[in-house]
Design a protein around this ligand. Structure first.
Ligand code: UT7
Length: 325
């Protein structure tokens, strides 16, 4: 019998505390005007001492389960995309599994800002191979913990939050399908965007703490080209053309990157869902938060062709197209 897989539930959760550009301009040499003009960001949510990628992820997961009408005990797997896990191990996914009362397998994926597209790709392939029927996929980050708050070139960009979806097998249906994903990586350009960690060898330690280090200008250029090429390949695999894309839900890194990508694809900016102004760059949480809001606002509707596309540390990138059921 034919089947497809579709996203049946979604939800997001962000910390209460909002830090505005104005507040940042009192800490470092920057201004609201500069940040808005160069990035489109006006504010970001920042984790409290009690928040973690596990607590925010669990909250988003509960909302997604409720929307899907799925009980946590019926999940077959939990995949959490995060580059700011709650510890080296257990995984953030295992912590979330316990917190929501599930009793399935759980693991993390770290592909930096491309984490959610990578996790969703993995989940859809597990469903297509009939290894699982219901998977909870989460993107959750507390980037504020690895942000260098004295570096104005990076600290203005990042925020904290989580988004989650339930992806399920749809028996006897051809609609609501997820097309083959495209994933790419260039570890040779890792020095353009990285954060060292607690296991970094002392000889490799460029920075004593795990802080984000980035060459913003180079990342910007690389990101636009890599994402555009990934989208073109994903369109080819789906046998679609760029104009078939009804809505693009890109990684929310910077409004200018999103605009440059849409220009390269020959699509109007109105077809991209943008909420970077409210949350900043939340890495692997940015696409599921944007997806959740696009659905709440009814920007993404049944029958739409939706594109997910991301770029981040690794360097890593990915594109995925779905027909929204
Ligand atoms: O998920 C992927 C993660 N990374 C990204 O998406 C980052 C991609 N890159 C970017 O978004 C942009 O490169 C930034 C927003 C980070 C920077 O914008 P830019 O237009 O590339 O600026 P720039 O780094 O070339 O800096 C231009 C000027 C410099 O001053 P001078 O040398 O021209 O005097 C910077 O020192 O702007 C200065 N500058 C700032 N001024 C005020 C850098 N950061 C700030 C700041 N406020 N926050």
């Amino acid at each position: 019998m034919s089947f497809s897989c579709h996203i049946s539930g979604f939800g997001h959760a962000v910390p209460e505390r909002i830090v505005t550009n104005q507040e940042l301009s009192e800490m470092i040499d920057t201004s609201d005007e500069w940040i808005v003009e160069r990035t489109g960001i006006s504010q970001r949510h920042i984790a409290s001492d009690e928040d973690s990628s596990a607590t925010l992820g669990a909250e988003a997961a509960k909302r997604a389960l409720e929307k899907a009408g799925v009980s946590a005990v019926d999940l077959d797997l939990i995949i959490t995309a995060t580059c700011t896990p709650s510890g080296m191990f257990p995984s953030t996914a295992s912590r979330i599994q316990h917190s929501i009362g599930a009793n399935c397998g759980a693991f993390d994926i770290n592909a930096a800002c491309n984490g959610f597209v990578t996790a969703l790709s993995t989940a859809s392939q597990l469903i297509h191979s009939r290894s699982a029927e219901k998977i909870l996929v989460i993107g959750s980050e507390v980037l504020s913990r690895i942000t260098d708050w004295s570096d104005r070139g990076t600290c203005i960009l990042f925020g904290d939050g989580a988004g989650a979806v339930i992806i399920e097998r749809n028996e006897g249906s051809e609609t609501g399908q997820i097309f083959p994903p495209v994933l790419g990586s260039d570890g040779g350009a890792a020095e353009l965007l990285f954060a060292s960690g607690p296991c970094t060898a002392p000889s490799d330690l460029l920075d004593q703490e795990a802080k984000i280090i980035m060459d913003g200008r180079s990342v910007f250029k690389y990101a636009v080209t890599a994402m555009a090429e990934a989208v073109e390949e994903a369109l080819k695999k789906a046998n679609l053309k760029a104009e078939d894309i009804d809505i693009c839900i890109p990684h929310q890194a910077n409004k200018r990157i999103i605009k440059a990508l849409m220009d390269r694809l020959g699509l109007p900016i109105e077809r991209a869902f943008v909420n970077v102004q409210k949350y900043g760059n939340t890495s692997s949480a940015s696409i599921p938060i944007a997806l959740s809001e696009a659905l709440e606002e009814k920007r993404l509707k049944s029958g739409n062709t939706v594109l997910f596309v991301a770029f981040g540390g690794g360097l890593n990138w990915g594109a995925m197209i779905a027909n929204w059921g």
